[in-house]
Design a protein around this ligand. Structure first.
Ligand code: NAP
Length: 254
């Protein structure tokens, strides 16, 4: 079982939540990890946790929606570790509102971070993957891709990431590169805590409500997503591409 061992992975939005969970898991499995986030100090805190238990990682600062910044971060990572073979498009933001109140800025911000960010990171990373005829690209969709009240921007972006994933799979498959997406349901992170506050509840109540409605009777944690990312990112998953796995405790089942 080789998994991600000795591969170089770039995790966007890796300073906290799901991205930090994936970075820690990949590092524990032997990958060299670039933890990219807006705030370098926050990314460094994740790196410190990884290196503190013997893993290999560096902190990278970039806004994924800015081509020059993504290019510079990828150059730094490749300069440090010599290659790039795994990309996780995970950076994300919420700007929730009902359709009739949604501003142009809130629409554009969400499209820029999720869609333009994944486009830029994938385009810049694939040059290294194509050259080495090997790569794994994983993008973070959401159960909101099915539609979600108050998230006209976010649900559109998350559905868009599924189309991006399938097109990456078609175009890059001949070069040994797979592209897959994970669609998480409720996962307890800063993002879900912020949503709880916005709708006037607590994260504890939100977790209990989610758990009661789910077949698995519990809320999700970043490690649930990291497990699935580790599968997609592993060498053994080379025949799995263009797929979307819902990691949601069964929220779509009736
Ligand atoms: P999170 O805790 O808010 O972490 C997201 C990270 O992305 C933050 O560190 C954030 O930095 C960073 N980021 C935001 N904009 C960025 C940009 N332009 N460039 C680089 N980094 C940027 O969120 P999470 O819950 O872990 O979610 C991770 C991904 O999973 C997101 O794509 C999210 O949409 C998706 N997802 C989450 C859930 C869930 O229940 N948590 C469910 C479905 C899908 P700042 O904090 O500085 O903004």
């Amino acid at each position: 079982m080789t998994g991600v061992k000795d591969h170089v992975a770039l995790i966007t939005g890796g300073a906290q939540g799901i991205g930090a969970g994936i970075a820690a898991r990949f590092a524990a499995d032997g990958a060299k990890v670039g933890v990219l986030d807006l705030n370098k100090d926050a990314a460094q805190a994740t790196v410190d946790q990884i290196t503190g238990i013997g893993g290999t990682a560096i902190a990278l600062s970039a806004d994924v929606s800015q081509r020059d910044q993504v290019q510079a971060a990828v150059d730094e990572l490749v300069g440090e570790y010599g290659s790039l073979s795994i990309l996780v498009n995970n950076a994300g933001v919420l700007r929730d509102n009902l359709l009739f109140k949604m501003t142009d800025d809130d629409w554009t911000m969400v499209m820029d971070v999720h869609l333009r960010g994944a486009f830029l990171c994938s385009q810049i990373a694939q040059k290294h993957m194509v050259a080495q005829k090997y790569g794994r690209i994983i993008s973070m969709s959401s159960t909101s891709a099915r539609g979600n009240r108050g998230q006209i921007n976010y649900s559109t972006a998350k559905a868009g990431l599924q189309g991006l994933t399938k097109t990456l799979a078609i175009e890059l498959g001949p070069f040994g590169i797979t592209a897959n997406a994970i669609a998480p349901g409720f996962i307890e992170t800063a993002m879900t805590k912020a949503t709880a506050e916005r709708i006037g509840t607590t994260i504890e109540q939100m977790r209990e409500g989610a758990a009661a409605a789910l077949p698995v009777r519990r809320g999700g944690v970043p490690a649930d997503i990291a497990n699935t990312a580790a599968f997609f990112a592993g060498e053994e998953a080379g025949y799995v591409t263009g797929q979307v796995i819902y990691v949601d405790g069964g929220s779509g089942l009736h």
